[in-house]
Structure formats: structure tokens, C-alpha cells
Design a protein around this ligand. Structure first.
Ligand code: AMP
Length: 270
């Protein structure tokens, strides 16, 4: 396992390698990240994982400061997995004055998280562009846990680079809570609550598999969750899986939720 800290280190290490699998992460690795890495280890000649808490995708400075960082345990996990390369750049390796990029979302894409986290996906696409340019991977592994991110990054990267985005299923804990680095910021009672919310929406989806879900049904569900779990819900919406347009049936669609538990913002989709 080689640890690479600079773009030069990375260029040197990757020289002559083909079929590179890349897993971009912000660290605090969990079984969700591990599932992406395992897929790359199977499908690619070399696997590179990056750990970079990207400041430009945080619309809230405090959120960036509080974001969990656990580099020691990350390295332990990556070593055990036998990953070939780990890229841990400092900010000026990724962002320097020579390479400004201007990303603009289309109006139709300013929905779900893009509506509530101004500049977030612009920051994500920006950093993904920079990382893809340096790593030049054949495949980039990304999780359905961040479904809107997956759709937007796939569209942008596959249009501009040869790299293919490989989408990977959401990994959940035994209570159905989607694994997330941010879960480390939650107290035990809120972890339990978040699991119950996931279970609630999974059974809601099952109940409506073959029925139309009207706006009223969604609104009632939102009110019920708010009251039952004392939640601040940012959005609860059903949207088509391919184009993220509003939908009223489960077939080909997903239920998307974003909510706050004790000031920690969680997202999920079912
Ligand atoms: P992050 O470190 O949160 O930026 O995530 C890095 C990658 O791991 C992204 O493509 C995420 O969608 C993916 N990921 C995060 N959590 C999960 C999960 N529970 N299951 C599958 N993939 C995940």
C-alpha cells in the first residue's frame, strides 16, 4: 500500500498502470466505503482511494469543521483491504490558481439537496473533475446513498472524460440506517431514531408498491414523521430514478428524504 500526498507522487505511482479503479471519499471509512473498494479490487488492476474533506462542497463552515476525521483508523482499514494506493492531498494540491473551473448547475437540477445546499454540488463536481483529471481512472465507484450526487457526477464526468461511474448499493446497519460518516456525530438515541425513520420509509414504500402516491399522502407522511420523531424535515419527495423528475408511483422511482437530528443533517433514499 503506497500513501501518496502530492500530485507528483500520484503521477509517478500511476505511470504505466491501466484499468485503474478509483474511490473518492472524505474519510472516516465505514462498510459503505468498503463495499465500493471491494468492488474495485475485484474489477480493476489497481485500486486507488482518495481521502479529502473537500472544503468547496460545504455550504456551512461549521459543518466542514465538525466533519469527522479519522485518518489513523482509515489507514488501518485500507491496509487490511490491500488497497494499492491512497491519495491524501492537502488543499493546495487540488486547488491552485492555475486551474480555475466554473461549474454551473442547470435550473432543472436545483432540486432536493441542490435546492437546500447552495453551491454543494458545484463543489462536488469541481473536485471530482480535478481528481478525475489527475487519477485518470477507468472506473469511479460511487454510492447510491448519495443518489443525486451519483446522477449529477455521472452525467458530468462521463460527458467530459473516458472514466465510467459504477453505482454501488447503499449499505445499511442492522436497524436499516444507511451507513454514513456523519452518523459518528449522532448520539445513541438519535442513531436509534434514524434507524426507525429508515424502517418507517421502507415499509411505506412497500405499502405503495402498486399504488399512486398523491401529494397529499406524501404530505401526511411528512407530518407523521415530524410528529412521531420530533424532526425537522427539509424534504420528502418521490422522484424518477433516471431524471429525478417528480413522480407519483414507486415503479422506477425513489423516495428521497433530508432531515435534521440535533443539528446533524442526514439524507437517505429508498
Ligand atoms: P463520502 O466519504 O461520504 O464522501 O462518500 C464516499 C463515497 O462512498 C460516495 O460515493 C458515497 O455515496 C459512498 N457511500 C457513503 N455511504 C455509503 C453507504 N452507506 N453505502 C454505499 N456507499 C456509500
Amino acid at each position: 500500500m503506497k500513501i501518496l500526498l502530492t500530485n507528483n507522487d500520484l503521477n509517478e505511482a500511476l505511470l504505466g498502470n491501466s484499468n485503474i479503479g478509483f474511490i473518492p471519499t472524505m474519510g472516516s471509512l465505514h462498510k459503505g466505503h468498503i463495499s465500493l473498494i471491494r468492488k474495485s479490487l475485484i474489477q480493476c488492476n489497481k485500486t486507488i482511494v482518495s481521502i479529502f474533506v473537500n472544503p468547496t462542497q460545504f455550504n456551512n463552515k461549521n459543518d466542514y469543521i465538525k466533519y469527522p476525521r479519522n485518518i489513523k483508523s482509515d489507514l488501518k482499514i485500507l491496509k487490511k483491504l490491500n488497497v494499492n494506493f491512497i491519495f491524501i492531498p492537502i488543499k493546495n494540491q487540488i486547488y491552485n490558481s492555475k486551474n480555475p473551473i466554473k461549474i454551473q448547475l442547470l435550473k432543472k437540477d436545483k432540486i432536493l439537496c441542490a435546492k437546500y445546499r447552495k453551491g454543494h454540488f458545484e463543489g462536488v463536481i469541481d473536485v471530482m473533475t480535478r481528481l478525475t483529471k489527475i487519477v485518470k481512472p477507468s472506473k469511479i465507484y460511487m454510492g447510491e446513498k448519495d443518489f443525486q450526487q451519483l446522477i449529477l457526477v455521472k452525467r458530468f464526468i462521463e460527458k467530459n472524460f473516458k472514466s465510467k461511474i459504477v453505482s454501488c448499493k447503499t449499505i445499511r446497519d442492522k436497524n436499516k440506517l444507511a451507513l454514513s460518516s456523519r452518523n459518528l456525530l449522532l448520539k445513541k438515541n438519535n442513531l436509534i431514531k434514524a434507524g426507525k425513520i429508515a424502517q418507517n420509509l421502507i415499509s411505506f414504500k412497500k405499502r405503495f408498491l402498486k399504488k399512486i402516491i398523491s401529494k397529499k399522502v406524501i404530505l401526511t407522511k411528512k407530518k407523521e414523521l415530524k410528529k412521531k420523531f420530533n424532526l425537522n424535515i427539509e424534504y420528502l419527495e418521490i422522484r424518477n430514478k433516471k431524471n429525478l423528475q417528480p413522480s407519483y408511483k414507486i415503479k422506477n422511482s425513489k423516495i428521497f428524504i433530508a432531515y435534521y437530528l440535533n443539528k446533524i443533517r442526514l439524507i437517505d433514499n429508498f
